[in-house]
Design a protein around this ligand. Structure first.
Ligand code: ATP
Ligand code: ATP
Ligand code: MG
Ligand code: MG
Ligand code: MG
Ligand code: MG
Length: 298
């Protein structure tokens, strides 16, 4: 575009202080709804889980993956979503402010844009514009990333079990919120399972899997037929991005040079364009999910 160079005001650019995310590390961008306790109340979300709101979160995450090919996988529940960027990701030269603001505004825009497809009834229109915060965190190893996603999924389990018990007491048991809180204070998972079953006939394991496991949204390079086959290998026709295993004893600097941070964006986009974006509610703590999808973390 037209350059506004060399005005006497241009020195103000020197005050900018961009931060570049550490090279050769995985990046997680985690966004979270601002004051969704209030927002969910004003929009009359069903408690403890409004499936329309979760579907909207998932659809917004899928749209964000589609808009930003560098995202490998996203995981979310409630009002939060985490997006993983590859170690080679060179989008915006890894500038933190650009990455964080682009992901969170893309997601927020889709959330608002898709609202009426998920809340279709009269009186369910947006009452107030929702917003999300977002942060970036670098993780050096696959192990750290596995633990990160495990941490989020354990969190979903703990919160959902608590919320399921709490709202059973309040809605089905007619117990006041304060009393329900007192009753659940200090209880273990087994106690909450027992309470749900004996008082309300609820087997927690039969609760909808999306509520219990959260949602993964990722690029799948397998065909649907591959997926049906047990122990499926990626099909020959659709190749996932090349994996490059770090050799034993390989030095970090060499790895950075060799991995070529500037993978052309067209190349990233071309590969991503061949993938389907899928949404699943599965265990991501164990090895199985990752071993069957080696293009995600190698
Ligand atoms: P980047 O993602 O790097 O910011 P960009 O295409 O958004 O790329 P900008 O330098 O931000 O580049 O320029 C904004 C572009 O949007 C310009 O081409 C400008 O003419 C156009 N634009 C913005 N607002 C208006 C407007 N109100 N009317 C017409 N054109 C506009
Ligand atoms: P903060 O701005 O600090 O994040 P918050 O009110 O958003 O504050 P969170 O810890 O993020 O606090 O909790 C999210 C809130 O949104 C919870 O109260 C949760 O019950 C509610 N919520 C989010 N999604 C749903 C949903 N699908 N159905 C029902 N309630 C939901
Ligand atoms: Mg612009
Ligand atoms: Mg928060
Ligand atoms: Mg929140
Ligand atoms: Mg939250």
């Amino acid at each position: 575009g037209a350059k506004m160079a060399n005005s006497k005001y241009e020195y103000t650019r020197a005050f900018e202080n961009p931060r570049y995310l550490l090279p050769n590390t995985y990046v997680i961008l985690r966004l979270d709804g601002r004051s969704f306790t209030n927002f969910s109340a004003s929009q009359k979300f069903q408690k403890p889980n409004d499936s329309r709101a979760l579907d909207l979160m998932n659809a917004s995450a899928a749209a964000t993956l589609k808009a930003i090919p560098e995202i490998l996988i996203a995981y979310g529940a409630s009002d939060e979503f985490s997006f993983l960027l590859s170690r080679e990701c060179a989008l915006f030269n890894r500038r933190e402010d650009k990455l964080v603001s682009t992901v969170v505004s893309t997601f927020t825009a889709w959330y608002v844009f898709l609202w009426s497809r998920h809340f279709t009834e009269e009186g369910e229109e947006l009452q107030t514009p929702p917003s999300f915060d977002c942060r970036a965190v670098c993780y050096p190893s696959v192990g750290n990333i596995r633990d990160y996603f495990a941490w989020r999924q354990v969190d979903v389990h703990i919160n959902n079990l608590y919320n399921t018990a709490f709202w059973a007491l309040v809605i089905k048991g007619g117990v006041a919120g304060k009393e329900a809180e007192v009753e659940l204070r200090g209880t273990l998972a087994a106690d909450k399972n027992e309470l749900l079953f004996s008082r309300f006939g609820i087997n927690y394991n039969n609760e909808p899997v999306m509520y219990r496991k959260g949602s993964v949204v990722y690029r799948d390079y397998r065909t649907p037929e591959d997926e049906d086959a047990e122990g499926a290998e990626p099909s020959a026709s659709v190749k996932p991005p090349k994996q490059r295993k770090q050799k034993e004893g390989e030095r970090g600097t060499t790895a950075i040079q060799e991995r070529k941070l500037k993978t052309p964006r067209e190349e990233v986009g071309r590969r991503a364009g061949k993938a389907r974006i899928v949404t699943e509610h599965v265990d991501i703590i164990g090895d199985a999910f990752w071993e069957k999808r080696p293009w995600l973390l190698g």
